[in-house]
Design a protein around this ligand. Structure first.
Ligand code: NOJ
Ligand code: CA
Length: 719
């Protein structure tokens, strides 16, 4: 091991080691992390799987804005070791319980800086599915405040891995993915900045975001991300593509600083997940396990939610969020008393009631209504910091009447807070806005952070904004409110600690199907990347793929078959699931809509049956507290036949299987809405082969058979 260290670090500079290396093994012994100090006192680590390099010896440390940096001159004070094994029960989740099993090594280092000693701990936790490590600065005499210029954590890759990546960007994650070798990222990056989404916050020609999924030439799945990002800015990765070394690159604040620290404090966990099977990557709970246990004592008010929304009609441009015709108002001084209705305002009493009726009739829990409150006229085209008050409804939205109407039908309205990126404005109104929700009986809010962050110069993923999102979440918990934040920072598993964070967007969601489209392989990658940090409000369930058929001005096509849309309720795990299309589109295909009505949103168990990033995913999940199972399968732009074995079912039990499959002539580009539904009996001994169209998928519900099903034949799918 020492030899490998020496050889690898010699490449970076002429160094050798001064102290004995400290090695930690994972519980099953397959992973090993080794810490060492070079002769100049630079901390390093390396990670192996079955004795093979996964991360070659890589430097650790931080550059400070002033004074001596925390990069070299360290001495080893001591090393303490521990191990931990517990099983915890999430408030909601993919499985009933989660095992948190790791070995730990804390390396205490000291350094003379400006003539005084200061200490830093690097804590490693090694699991069977990967590594977490973080920097800790204990309470100490000579170190209190410090400003980070850059974190200098490195991840040296031993080979030119395949990467599934989106460009590094301080303000958006709403990109399509690119799949290429590490050495090709520089060349591919300009094309990866998809038109219509070009952001000014792309920081480097080889910068990428985490969670970054990779596959090594030997077929190992390696994923770099972070866990428990609290009071710290979000980490991106910059690739030194000559040496294939990733370097941490934190999101800056308005002055370009990367973090304001006050000891005692710590960094988030830097994570390297390593697995030799793609299904195990999807089942990994590494990021959740590295987060603190739940801090909310009474969680009885937190619940999985299936919802519809007055939403897609605005996203597609058929309706508007604003009450008035924007071209007819003086945007510089909007007078809300004299606004004239444009006739296109979707959040009007009559339309909202129509959605409430439909959502209630079909068993949904909630209805999201966007565009209910004044401010949209003031916002468009302006960067004012006072646009929304989150409390004043438009004249055609009767907040009292509509909530009472919804409650009388057994459903709730879901609140919407578009902050227009003005975090201070939101914080100023937050208490009153949450009070209003309590007053009318809303228990969930979808918030949003579109546009540049105000105050100007702050970034969506900076330390300051990250602190805001957590503040909003904690305040919401005080009001017993669940949060689903769009355009907020990318999740790092904080939903374990604050399970009222039931969803985030933080990636390219279904809305982009109405903004020009998304590549079909997207949904085969997100569970490997974005979903590692927590659930996504992906908003599936689009049934009408030709948007111009209801809004001639929008030529976008949804790049997905209808069965692919159904499958997403299973493959994209979330305790918050939306049926995103409009009632009139569901009414055309009520037999397929049945799957969305039936599918559960909380689970006792989940099994990944087949997966390969960028290609396909098949997942099976067992409904919480019931014997029903649901299966979903999605493919990329290639059609394929997928074998599905039902061996996960209870032995000896008969189930009624309803299979929703792409019709033989279905295709995401030419014939996306064609499907075939087949019903029949299956047991754990059965298996089927299901064809998925290009951009297609399938969904299956499996319900224990009763006497009423005795005439049903064994499941047989047509060839
Ligand atoms: C962007 C969000 O992703 C979308 O869901 C929302 O409707 C709009 N912002 C308006 O807030
Ligand atoms: Ca968005």
């Amino acid at each position: 091991m020492r030899k490998i260290f020496f050889a690898a670090l010699t490449l970076m500079s002429s160094v050798c080691y001064m102290s004995a290396a400290e090695t930690l093994n994972s519980p099953n012994g397959k992973l090993a992390v080794t810490f060492d100090l070079t002769v100049d006192g630079t901390p390093t680590y390396a990670l192996t799987f079955d004795g093979k390099d996964v991360v070659k010896p890589s430097r650790l440390g931080l550059e400070l804005k002033s004074g001596d940096s925390m990069l070299k001159g360290f001495k080893l004070v001591n090393t303490t070791r521990d191990s931990f094994d517990e099983t915890w029960t999430p408030v909601w989740g993919e499985t009933k319980t989660i095992r948190n099993h790791y070995n730990e090594m804390a390396v205490r280092l000291s350094q003379m800086a400006n003539g005084k000693q200061r200490d830093m701990i690097v804590r490693f936790r090694l699991y069977d599915d990967g590594l977490g490590f973080r920097y800790e600065w204990p309470k100490q005499e000579n170190l209190t405040y410090f400003v980070i210029k850059e974190e200098r954590t490195e991840f040296a890759m031993p080979a030119d891995n395949t990467a599934y990546w989106i460009p590094g960007d301080y303000d958006t994650q709403e990109y399509d993915y690119t799949v290429c070798k590490l050495s090709e990222i520089r060349e591919q990056l300009p094309a990866a900045l998809n038109p219509g989404n070009a952001s000014t916050s792309v920081f480097s020609p080889t910068g990428v975001q985490t969670a970054l999924q990779m596959k090594t030439p030997e077929g190992l799945y390696v994923n770099i991300h972070e866990a428990a990002c609290v009071n710290y800015s979000t980490m991106h990765l910059e690739l030194d593509d000559k040496n294939l070394v990733f370097k941490s690159w934190l999101t800056p604040d308005t002055r370009g600083d990367k973090g304001h620290m006050m000891a005692p404090c710590m960094s988030p966990w830097r994570t390297v997940q390593v697995l030799d099977n793609a299904c195990d990557v999807l089942a990994s709970k590494l990021i959740l396990n590295l987060n603190e246990p739940c801090k909310i004592e009474d969680t009885s008010w937190i619940h999985p939610t299936k919802y519809m929304g007055v939403w897609w009609e605005m996203i597609t441009g058929k309706g508007t969020w604003s009450y008035t015709d924007l071209s007819a108002v003086n945007l510089d001084s909007v007078d809300y008393k004299t606004l004239k209705p444009s006739g296109k305002h979707s959040a009007n009493n009559e339309n909202v009631k129509r959605y409430i009726d439909f959502a209630a009739e079909h068993g949904f829990d909630q209805l999201l209504v966007e565009g209910w409150n004044i401010g949209w006229e003031d916002w468009i085209g302006n960067e004012k910091d006072y646009v929304f008050d989150f409390q004043t409804p438009y004249p055609d939205f009767d907040i009292k009447m509509l909530n009472e109407y919804a409650h009388s039908k057994g459903i709730k309205l879901m609140m919407h807070h578009e902050t227009s990126g003005s975090l201070r404005n939101y914080e100023r109104h937050m208490e009153a806005a949450y009070d209003l929700m309590n007053q009318y009986g809303y228990d969930a809010v979808k918030s949003g952070y579109v546009g540049n962050i105000l105050p100007r110069g702050e970034r969506h993923y900076g330390q300051w904004a990250n602190n805001h999102y957590l503040y909003a979440l904690k305040k919401a918990a005080e009001h017993k409110i669940m949060v689903n934040a769009h355009e907020a920072t990318r999740p790092t598993g904080l939903c374990r600690t604050y399970p009222n964070l039931v969803g985030n967007e933080s990636a390219r969601g279904t809305e982009y199907q109405a903004f020009g489209g998304t590549k079909p392989h997207h949904v085969t990658i997100l569970p490997f990347t974005r979903l590692q940090g927590g659930p996504m409000d992906f908003t599936p369930g689009i049934f009408c793929m030709d948007i111009s058929s209801f809004n001639p001005d929008n030529k976008s096509k949804v790049n997905s078959t209808l069965c692919n849309q159904l499958a997403l309720y299973v493959t994209m795990y979330s305790p918050l699931q939306m049926a995103a299309d409009m009632p009139e589109h569901y009414e055309r295909y009520m037999d397929a809509f049945q799957f969305i009505k039936d599918v559960a949103v909380d689970w006792d168990d989940s099994k990944y049956l087949a997966a390969e990033p960028g290609e396909y995913i098949v997942a099976a999940r067992k409904e919480k507290g019931a014997e029903n199972w649901f299966v979903g399968g999605v493919t990329n732009e290639d059609a394929r036949e997928m074998p599905v074995s039902f061996s996960f079912l209870n032995k000896g039990q008969k189930y009624v299987a309803t299979v929703y499959a792409d019709a033989p002539n279905a295709d995401y580009q030419t014939n996306p809405e064609k499907y075939v539904i087949t019903k029949g009996i299956v047991t754990s001994k059965d298996a089927v082969k299901i064809k998925m169209a290009r951009g297609g998928g399938f969904a299956i519900s499996l319900i224990p058979a009763t006497d009423a099903d005795k005439d049903l034949k064994k499941l047989k799918l047509k060839k």
